[in-house]
Design a protein around this ligand. Structure first.
Ligand code: CA
Length: 237
C-alpha cells in the first residue's frame, strides 16, 4: 500500500513542486490550497501524512493542526508543518500544536523527502500496537494508551497532561533510567535522525517537561542537566 499524502499549501508552484517530488518517490498525493477545506478532505481522504503550510487563507496551519488532533479520524495522520521564516519555528514548537515535524522554507527536495520518510517509518501511531509500558519508581508511561502517571510516595497517583513531544521525551528517559543523553540523541528519538534544526529545541522541551513532573523545576530531582553533555533521568530523590 502506497502512503497517501495531503499537501496543504496555497502557493500553487510550491504545492506542485512538492507533489512532483513525492509522486516521483512513489507516494499518492492530493493538494489543497484553502485552509477552510482541509478538515473535510482529511475526513474523505484519510491521509497517512499531511504537509501543512503555516500561512493559509481560510484557517491557518496552527488551527488546522489542533483541530485535526482534537478529532478522531480513522487514521491519525502525521503532520509536517512548513513555515516561511526560521524565527517562526521556535514559537511554533513552543506552542506544541501536535505537529510531528517542522521544516523551514526554502527546503531542498532531498530534505523534504527524508523528513516524510522518517515520519512514515515511525510506528507509534497507526494501529500496530506492541503494548509498551515503561515503569520506574515514581513514573509510568503506557505508550499504547498515551498515558503517563506520576506516583510520588504518600501522594495519590497523578495523570500527567503531556503534549506528544513531552510524552515522547519522558518515554525516552524512562526507557533507560540513569543513562546520559546528548541533545543530538534526544533529537533523534523525538524528531527522527533527519532533523536539521537547532539543539535548543531539546532544552525547550526539557524545560516544559520539568514544569510538569518536577516539584521544583529550578532544582530538578528527576531530569538532571549534565554540563557539556545533555541530560539524564534519575528516578531517585
Ligand atoms: Ca502560504
Amino acid at each position: 500500500m502506497k502512503p497517501t499524502i495531503l499537501i496543504v499549501e496555497d502557493e500553487r508552484e510550491i504545492a506542485q513542486l512538492i507533489q512532483n517530488m513525492l509522486e516521483t518517490e512513489g507516494f499518492i498525493c492530493q493538494t489543497c490550497g484553502d485552509g477552510a477545506e482541509v478538515l473535510q478532505i482529511v475526513q474523505a481522504l484519510q491521509p497517512d501524512l499531511i504537509i501543512l503550510d503555516l500561512m493559509l487563507p481560510g484557517l491557518d496551519g496552527l488551527e488546522i493542526c489542533s483541530r485535526i488532533r482534537q478529532q478522531s479520524f480513522e487514521k491519525d495522520p502525521y503532520i509536517l508543518m512548513l513555515t516561511a521564516r526560521a524565527e517562526e519555528l521556535d514559537r511554533i514548537i513552543g506552542l506544541s500544536t501536535g505537529a510531528d515535524d517542522y521544516l523551514t522554507k526554502p527546503f531542498s527536495p532531498r530534505e523534504l523527502v527524508a523528513r516524510v520518510r522518517a515520519l512514515l517509518r515511525r510506528s507509534l501511531r497507526g494501529g500496530q500496537s506492541s503494548h509498551l509500558i515503561y515503569q520506574t519508581k515514581y513514573f509510568t508511561v503506557d505508550v499504547d494508551h498515551h498515558a503517563a502517571q506520576r506516583h510520588l510516595p504518600g501522594q495519590a497517583v497523578e495523570t500527567l497532561d503531556l503534549t506528544s513531544l513531552e510524552f515522547k521525551l519522558l518515554q525516552t528517559f524512562l526507557s533507560h533510567p540513569g543513562r546520559a543523553w546528548s541533545r543530538t540523541q534526544l533529537i533523534d528519538n523525538l524528531w527522527g535522525n533527519d532533523f536539521f534544526g537547532d539543539d535548543r529545541v531539546v532544552d525547550t522541551q526539557v524545560a516544559r517537561l520539568r514544569k510538569k513532573i518536577e516539584s521544583n523545576p529550578a532544582q530538578p530531582q528527576f531530569i538532571k542537566t549534565i554540563q557539556g553533555v545533555g541530560y539524564k533521568f534519575e528516578d531517585e530523590p
